[in-house]
Design a protein around this ligand. Structure first.
Ligand SMILES: [Zn+2]
Length: 194
């Protein structure tokens, strides 16, 4: 899991926070939500393509949502409703929920939060079938909270693993060269190619 920097350009959020210190989120207009989402998507584009803050799959403006890392529905986090440090872009709704939608009202451990991640990559490994495995109980709980082994996500990771293995056969093991061709799942890529 990669750490993201907190994006700038969100002074509108500060204004909302002054006016409505405890929300609700619905106080901001649809147009401003779209504008904000664009800011988060750009911020989460390490290789020019926006990635979900949790699963690191590619997302688009249409297929994503702004997620409250600490859930906005929980009164103990109401003061974080308009706090940029608590907002990221995450996968949109699908048939089987993942990421922010699956997390819902659950609370992630501090080390796994997108802007606070500390050595998070070291706590996960990947199997050849695309599964992500937590190396301890808490990391495994994060996988379950975000439903990171959902069928489609797992398939996409397996596809990426196979691509990496075949590229290693044709391009050799030059990590920088391999990374140039792989724009999503950066933690998986790092895990495989270093
Ligand atoms: Zn996701």
């Amino acid at each position: 899991m990669q750490r993201f920097e907190i994006p700038g350009g969100t002074s509108g959020l500060r204004k909302c926070r002054r006016e409505f210190p405890r929300g609700p989120w619905e106080k901001i207009s649809f147009e401003y939500k779209q504008e904000l989402k664009q800011i988060f998507l750009e911020n989460q584009s390490p290789h020019g393509q926006p990635l979900c803050a949790y699963c690191e799959a590619q997302i688009s403006s249409q297929k994503s949502h702004i997620d409250h890392v600490d859930p906005k529905g929980d009164p103990q986090f109401a003061h974080l409703t308009f706090c940029v440090e608590n907002l990221v872009a995450s996968c949109g709704k699908t048939n089987s929920q993942t990421c922010g939608h699956h997390k819902d009202s659950q609370v992630l451990p501090e080390w796994s939060k997108p802007y606070a991640r500390q050595n998070a990559a070291e706590r996960f490994r990947y199997d050849l079938d695309g599964a992500i495995v937590g190396s301890d109980d808490e990391a495994e709980e994060v996988v379950n909270m975000l439903n990171l082994n959902e069928k489609t996500l797992k398939q996409r990771r397996m596809q990426r693993i196979n691509e990496i293995l075949s590229m290693q056969r044709s391009l050799g093991s030059d990590a920088a060269l391999l990374k140039m061709h792989l724009r999503d799942f950066p933690s998986l890529v790092d895990y495989l190619v270093g």
